[in-house]
Design a protein around this ligand. Structure first.
Ligand code: ADP
Ligand code: MG
Length: 333
């Protein structure tokens, strides 16, 4: 008996085996890089190895836990002569910080570390410590001069909020150069698609339910990235029973607490989508909506703690809420 399996990709969740490419030959590779599981599927042409190689290459530039990476050396010495690519991604992140009013801030790393999110040894820092951490956060203190990047004493840079989206951009370009016209990659919550499926229909990307293991809906896309940031990825529960997650509000040096459980951004530019998804999670629904109106160029799906799924007008026809979903769908128009 042949079971019909719907090809659905999970944002922020590695998906089980399925037939992504229909009648076309499917090439698939699953690997661990940048501290997360990744999965690449190409239809018709095998180029999955090149995607994996790229993830490993970028890791040697951006890894914050590798003392030898460019970011590792910047954090150890306060300055580094970096590659064009690292400088460009830092400058792009700084620009996103500007448009998000500092909600994205690549200098939150001392706080990420103090809360234990790098090691898994979680703890709530003392109020004095949090005060100190706040003084070590401020993206305007990251300076670039040609290829030299520098930060003040005690500052540390972490590109974790944009790196996987940037990898998505690179993977898409590499696959296209290899002649791939149909592919989908899940780069640890950062999904990138090349074209649609071989039969011309769009890719179906399921968005992880922040309150459970499954998904709450599906977005159909072609040639787009879909990036989700959520509180469910890396968190612990503190003494008061409050969930403390790895996305930090740069203004408080504490886990963001703006009423969202996840923020998904859909657009063309992966690094931007990734940076925005983190920033929207920090900003909350109201500010996110205001920014969507002002800046444009992206669409979003926000899940609120009160059980709403807020979807922007540009994707309302390509998004569908799962049948029997406990969430209420509202369109931001
Ligand atoms: P993930 O990489 O876990 O899928 P994100 O793209 O949202 O999720 O990035 C979160 C990572 O970025 C955290 O692990 C942390 O290292 C860093 N980070 C946390 N808060 C911020 C922030 N406000 N701005 C920039 N980087 C952040
Ligand atoms: Mg991000």
């Amino acid at each position: 008996m042949v079971k019909k399996i719907t090809a659905v990709f999970f944002a922020a969740l590695i998906s089980a085996a399925f037939t992504a490419c229909g009648a076309s030959r499917e090439y698939s590779s699953d690997f661990f890089a940048m501290d997360t599981y990744m999965s690449v599927k190409t239809c018709g042409t095998d180029a999955t190895g090149a995607a994996e190689d790229e993830a490993r290459r970028l890791e040697t530039l951006f890894s914050v836990t590798d003392a030898e990476s460019e970011i590792g050396r910047l954090n150890a010495n306060g300055r580094v002569d970096a590659s064009d690519e690292t400088v460009e991604l830092i400058e792009k992140a700084l620009e996103i910080s500007g448009i998000t009013d500092g909600a994205l801030d690549i200098t939150v790393y001392p706080a990420v570390r103090a809360w234990g999110f790098t090691t898994g040894e979680y703890s709530v820092p003392s109020p004095e410590k949090i005060e100190e951490l706040r003084d070590l956060i401020g993206f305007t203190n990251v300076k670039t001069d040609g290829n030299t990047v520098s930060v003040p004493d005690g500052y540390m840079v972490d590109l974790g909020a944009v790196a996987k989206g940037y990898l998505g951009d690179r993977v898409r370009d590499i696959l296209k150069n290899e002649g791939v016209t149909s592919a989908i990659a899940d780069l640890g919550g950062s999904i990138v698609t090349v074209g649609g499926k071989p039969d011309g229909s769009p890719w179906r990307v399921a968005i992880r339910d922040p309150n459970g293991d499954g998904s709450f809906g599906v977005i159909e896309v072609k040639d787009k990235c879909v990036v989700t940031s959520g509180g469910y990825e890396r968190y612990f529960t503190d003494e008061d029973g409050v969930k403390r997650w790895h996305i930090i509000d740069p203004a408080t040096a504490e886990p963001a607490d703006a009423g969202l459980l996840s923020a998904t951004v859909i657009g063309e530019d992966g690094a931007l989508c990734d940076g925005l998804s983190t920033a929207l999670f920090v900003m909350g629904a109201e500010k996110a909506e205001a920014m969507w109106r002002k800046e444009g160029g992206f669409e979003m799906i926000l899940v609120t703690i009160t059980g709403d799924v807020l979807v922007t007008d540009g994707i309302k026809d390509s998004f569908s809420l799962s049948e029997g979903s406990p969430y209420e769908l509202k369109v931001i128009g």
